[in-house]
Design a binder for this molecule. Sequence first.
Ligand SMILES: C[S@@+](CC[C@H](N)C(=O)[O-])C[C@H]1O[C@@H](n2cnc3c(N)ncnc32)[C@H](O)[C@@H]1O
Length: 265
Amino acid sequence: MSEHKPGGGRTNQPLRVPGRARKSSATPGVGISQDDSDAPRTLRTKAVSLRTARGRTTAQQRWLARQLNDPYVQAAHKQGWRSRAAFKLIELDDRFHLIKPGMRVVDLGAAPGGWTQVIVKRGAERVVGVDLLPVDPVAGAEIIEGDFTDPTMAERLTSLLDGKADLVLSDMAPNTTGHGPTDHMRIIGLAQEALYFAFEILAEGGGFVAKVFQGGSEKEMLDTLKQAFTQVRHAKPPASRKDSSELYVVATGFRPERLKAAVSG
Ligand SMILES: C[S@@+](CC[C@H](N)C(=O)[O-])C[C@H]1O[C@@H](n2cnc3c(N)ncnc32)[C@H](O)[C@@H]1O
């Protein structure tokens, strides 16, 4: 996806909350006020209609129309974030204060790089993004192209981070089948794997955030989370589409000793 210089493409319409400044920078997302998470909710956007449906299935037309008329997509494009998903992390971080300057942070399922941009922008010192797909370089972050379940991954990550991680984020999503229960099982399976992976690389006191879907079978994961972290919460950031059952678990205060005791007991 092409990158945009923040501030580029500005129109006469009010694009952000008045009085909230944007610094100019050549790096997408860098120089954007943290308050920019408010921007999409304040946008007045003009509906875009598709000129032709030729060659597109109904589902493709619907998807395209939704993208073109989505204020988050438009704001991400204008502000230089690589994905509309960047706003979900901005909103989660505004609410839970997860990313702190100097942190070591791992971004699982990083492509195309929106969350990675946000993590760097919010001051993390060492940032590693992992994805099956290639990710264009993000200044201030390392990218590993590969499967996070690769047996060498934990070691590669801790070596790049020069220590254990303070925060492991997962916005990973498996390919969907369209069959709700199957998709739910798949995403919970992936989130659970991400959690066990986080146990390997998290420092004491660290945090874990993962995308899950509402649907019932996340109970086992929640029980594990509650044993391993001091605080476990759920959140659906405003940028998450209302018609999606997606939400995020936000766990903070990793307690490796408690986890060890629970596993051995
Ligand atoms: C919704 S996208 C992430 C968007 C990203 N947070 C952003 O803001 O740009 C989910 C990503 O998870 C990745 N993914 C799924 N399974 C994975 C795995 N086993 N290892 C690494 N990445 C994986 C997919 O390739 C996909 O790019």
